[in-house]
Design a protein around this ligand. Structure first.
Ligand code: URA
Length: 279
């Protein structure tokens, strides 16, 4: 795979915003460089990383049964308590977990949401992207990151050769929308986090990408600012975790997309190391 610098930046939605940042002579140099079709090592690497064993071909990929393949069977609903305590959550399989999330009334957000949003994608994914909470579009459609921020997330993933549902799972810390998109409350996080924890246990991803301060701080149990968290590899219960800016933040601050590109390269490199360590 051979992409120009411009291709890469466009995939991230960085072009032409990036041009505004650089001085005119640098733009000229970039224009010349564009025509050289330099090898895009990260994309080639990502394509390599995407190659999963034959058993995980698209046909064999088992989808999140609660979202991608339709509704939870009625029988599952019948056996789930709406207020499943954390201990029970830790024992759940995918069917029970999705049903528990969808019928959850463990916090007041249940009263204002249209529907809970468990997550979407390949339940055997190597890549897990974690956001904050469903917004209005997600609340309506029942799938994470389907609005403008979601389109940018798709572009971010495409920039490293990934696509929604293909070796990728996307989830949020909160499964229900906070009204008016207000910040989640600490008690809402405490109540909802066991669902994400169980999702991570079931998926066993090779790498987690935390999208934004909220996901990063809650997964890493820290109040360190995002500017200090990004740029290095962390671990969540042994799983490598890379922090980057939330796509919604990037929509408001497009010049920071260059930093996201660096974070994504760190993620790709971390995944490559994970795979080479696994032999
Ligand atoms: N923002 C998030 O953090 N998650 C979504 O699903 C949508 C927007």
């Amino acid at each position: 795979m051979s992409l120009t610098r411009r291709d890469r930046l466009q995939a991230l939605g960085l072009w032409p915003a990036w041009r505004l940042r650089v001085a005119a002579p640098a733009i000229e140099a970039e224009r010349e460089a564009e025509h050289e079709a330099e090898p895009f090592q990260a994309a080639a690497l990502a394509a390599e990383l995407l190659e999963k064993p034959a058993t995980s071909s698209p046909d064999a990929v088992e989808r999140n049964p609660g979202i991608a393949m339709g509704e939870i069977p009625d029988s599952a609903h019948g056996s789930i308590q709406a207020t499943s305590p954390p201990n029970a959550i830790r024992e759940m399989d995918w069917t029970a977990l999705n049903a528990a999330i969808k019928s959850c009334t463990r916090c007041a957000l249940a009263k204002t949401r249209t529907q809970a949003v468990p997550g979407v994608g390949d339940i055997h994914a190597e890549w897990l992207f974690v956001g904050e909470a469903p917004g209005a579009n997600e609340d309506r459609q029942g799938e994470p990151f389907v609005g403008d921020a979601g389109k940018l997330l798709d572009a971010m993933m495409a920039a490293i050769g990934l696509a929604r549902g293909n070796n990728v799972y996307i989830a949020n810390v909160l499964k229900s929308r906070p009204p008016g998109n207000r910040d989640p409350l600490p008690e809402e996080v405490a109540t909802c986090l066991p669902y994400l924890e169980r999702q991570i246990e079931l998926i066993q991803p090779k790498l987690i990408v935390a999208l934004g301060r909220f996901a990063a701080q809650n997964l890493l149990a820290t109040d360190t600012p995002i500017g200090k968290l990004r740029g290095q590899m962390h671990r969540y219960r042994g799983v490598p975790l890379v922090v980057t800016y939330h796509p919604a933040y990037l929509l408001r601050n497009p010049l920071d997309k260059a930093k996201v590109w660096e974070d994504l390269l760190l993620a790709v490199d971390t995944m490559r190391q994970q795979k080479s360590n696994a032999g």
